[in-house]
Design a protein around this ligand. Structure first.
Ligand SMILES: Cc1cc2nc3c(=O)[nH]c(=O)nc-3n(C[C@H](O)[C@H](O)[C@H](O)COP(=O)(O)OP(=O)(O)OC[C@H]3O[C@@H](n4cnc5c(N)ncnc54)[C@H](O)[C@@H]3O)c2cc1C
Length: 312
């Protein structure tokens, strides 16, 4: 592939100094940090930069005065587009990553190949479906929307059944602070710690469950619940939404995955650096993604200069 202006410090035969796979907060901050230390990068993103931030209507944990995801996403995208040393491959997906002794090779969905000394993989996570959750029984063709897709109209004066206690519930409540609604949140034991942030909202009813069987009609949702003591009860709602979390999404090839599907940075090939949500189910926040992406770029920089300690 053609390259942008001349690069210092990398073998001339390679396309760039650093390939960044994924254009979320982690990938964008990696490319930005790489540029700040003089590294050329190519960032691959199938959608738009920071696409997931456009789903976050209200922010309360990001420094810099940003109060919404779209505001932050626009700002990051503008900055990346003006970063001279970063070439953007928007509308392209990485399908495979191979790591050898002296280079990485990334294959794109067009069939084109890109080479570099290092790759940062920051592909984040994608939404789970009811079939992925053993505690939910639901028709297999069930088109259940995630809660972040619900708007004030869906919620106003209605009872919503929410399957799972994942964090988007807090985001939804903050985005609609004065909307009168009732969220009945049914969640498994593994989500116990996640519901703490919504426990005090009077619009929320928490129902810890062992198992739930879901039935849907045109204008109603019914859940048959088995609670943690084995007691059965039925909950009726106007609609049902999902908040059961996400699963890691990484291209195929030489990316090590743990038993939970995540890709711990310390387990990777020395030329593959993992950043952002893909690292682990914990620490999935915008600021940790920004930090880990920046750190990943510096890791590649020091490794290229052979200034890295042996333990990562
Ligand atoms: C509804 C919702 C609300 C949230 N609210 C908050 C909040 O209030 N505060 C907070 O701190 N965090 C919040 N988060 C979490 C936050 O959005 C994530 O932690 C953050 O976006 C992670 O950044 P990332 O770059 O690791 O991954 P992502 O943002 O997921 O970016 C990964 C990128 O990789 C791209 N990609 C995927 N596969 C490939 C491939 N094969 N090739 C190339 N590119 C690929 C994707 O298109 C995507 O753009 C929320 C998340 C959701 C879903």
């Amino acid at each position: 592939m053609a390259d942008t202006p001349s690069r210092a410090g990398s073998p001339a035969a390679l396309d760039t100094d650093l390939i960044v796979i994924g254009g979320g907060p982690a990938g964008c901050s990696a490319a930005r940090m790489a540029a700040s230390v003089g590294m050329h990068s190519t960032l691959i993103e199938p959608d738009s930069l920071c696409r997931n931030l456009y789903r976050i209507p209200a922010l309360n944990n990001v420094l810099g005065g940003y109060s919404s995801g779209p505001e932050l996403a626009d700002s990051i995208a503008t900055e990346l587009k003006s970063t001279e040393l970063c070439r953007l491959e928007i509308g392209r997906r990485a399908t495979e990553l191979r790591a050898d002794d002296d280079q990485v090779t990334v294959t794109l969905d067009t069939g084109a190949r890109l080479t570099a000394p290092y790759a940062i993989v920051a592909t984040g996570v994608g939404p789970l479906q009811p079939r992925d959750a053993p505690w939910i029984a639901a028709p297999s063709d069930l088109p259940l929307p995630p809660l972040w897709k619900a708007d004030a109209y869906d919620a106003e004066g209605r009872t919503l059944l929410v399957l799972g206690g994942d964090r988007p519930i807090g985001t939804f409540l903050r985005a609609h602070p004065s909307t009168p609604t009732c969220l009945v949140v049914v969640y498994p034991e593994s989500d116990d710690y996640k519901v703490e942030e919504i426990r005090d909202d009077p619009r929320v009813t928490l129902r810890p469950v062992e198992h739930v069987t879901l039935h849907l009609a045109d204008d109603a949702a019914t859940a048959e619940i088995v609670d943690r003591s084995g007691k059965r009860l039925t909950v009726a709602a106007d609609a049902a939404f999902l908040s059961i979390g996400n699963a890691p999404t990484a291209p195929s090839g030489d990316i090590v995955r743990g038993t939970d599907g995540y890709s711990p940075p310390a387990a990777q090939h020395p030329r593959v650096i993992v950043a952002g949500d893909l690292r682990s189910a914990r620490f999935q926040r915008i600021m940790t993604a920004l930090g880990s992406g920046s750190e990943a770029a510096l890791h590649a920089y020091y490794a290229a200069k052979e200034l890295l300690d042996s333990d990562r």
